[in-house]
Ligand binder design. Sequence first.
Ligand code: NAP
Ligand code: G4F
Length: 328
Amino acid sequence: MKKTALITGILGQDGPYLAKFLIRRDYKVYGLIRRYSNPNFENLDYLGITSKVEYVEGDMTDESSLLNLIRLLRPNEVYNLAAQSFVGSSFEQAKLTTEVNSLGPLYLLNAIKLFSPTTKFYQASTSEMFGLQHTNGYQDEKTPFHPRSPYGVSKVYAYWITVNFREAYGLFACNGILFNHESPIRGLQFVTRKITDGVAKIKYGLAKELRLGNLDAKRDWGFAGDYVEAMYLMLQQENPDDYVVGTGENHSVEEFVQLAFKYADIKDWKKYIVIDPQFKRPSEVPNLKANPKKAFEKLGWRPKISFQELVKMMVEADLKRIKKTAES
Ligand code: NAP
Ligand code: G4F
């Protein structure tokens, strides 16, 4: 019999990459979508798997929909990727962020405990939980949390409720503490995609400037397609555990900008950049850099795409997309 997986957040960035990865391994994949008049399958289309996923309806803020789904599907694995995942918006929409990101995982865990206790659970935890904290310049599984946004705070709750259901009820529940990961289907609000989309628009004369916030922030950026493998590997181990996943290298937003302009063959990048205070955050996370030693050693996982390759891949994809728009 085929293994089954339920992925929440199937229409986002990671959902489609994970679905593709699992379908290749012969899983039957169910994707949770909210009730929409017009759901947006663009990211699944980009990876060519829209028709290979079975869609089920529910909402992370609606406990009964999640209870019913787990009771009916009893999947082998649940990957909880759904979230209000944009840090910037979490300052203005703190309650919504908390309901989706904190209560959502609680509802799922409770449903698993009640109706399908052998289901393995993956929680999409984040390096944002570390905030200002580090251990000799890096963040690992033992680094304390000091979240700097309602998003970070909401994810700390989700992290601990996942640990608690593992310890209290023996569920196979894992936290993947993933550092920033990007791709050509990254949401346009996030800085990497905002940059590559902006650079492509400048290249084809559809924009004259690119407005950004804090260029000094540093992130440990990897490729989403690599990171979904780590999620899967966590659920294949003998025992459930929590893992930091990143590259171990970080770069500033400014470095990303410079490289993106270079790959688009646009000189003098500085003349296109406008620093706009509306894109600065009330409290910032200045520096994230993973120590992924545990994931390397225990999962045997490694990132395959370098920072430079990632920027190039994203610039090329946006140049191709924007060229079509400019020509139409
Ligand atoms: P994303 O592109 O923002 O996707 C999030 C998905 O969650 C969207 O498809 C969205 O659905 C869904 N969602 C939001 N609210 C929902 C609700 N109330 N009910 C059901 N679904 C809901 O995020 P991502 O980049 O793929 O990240 C996946 C997960 O990893 C998130 O939990 C994020 O917080 C976490 N994470 C991401 C990174 C990263 O760098 N990408 C790093 C660490 C952790 P709609 O399409 O319907 O809006
Ligand atoms: O791309 P960002 O919005 O990502 P951020 O805040 O690091 O969060 C992402 O990664 C987390 C993992 O660490 C995930 F949990 C989370 O869900 C999300 O996927 O911003 C990156 C940096 C920040 O320091 C921000 O202040 O870029 C800086 N930045 C500078 N100008 C900007 C801008 N960010 C955005 N979004 N837009 C700007 O114009």
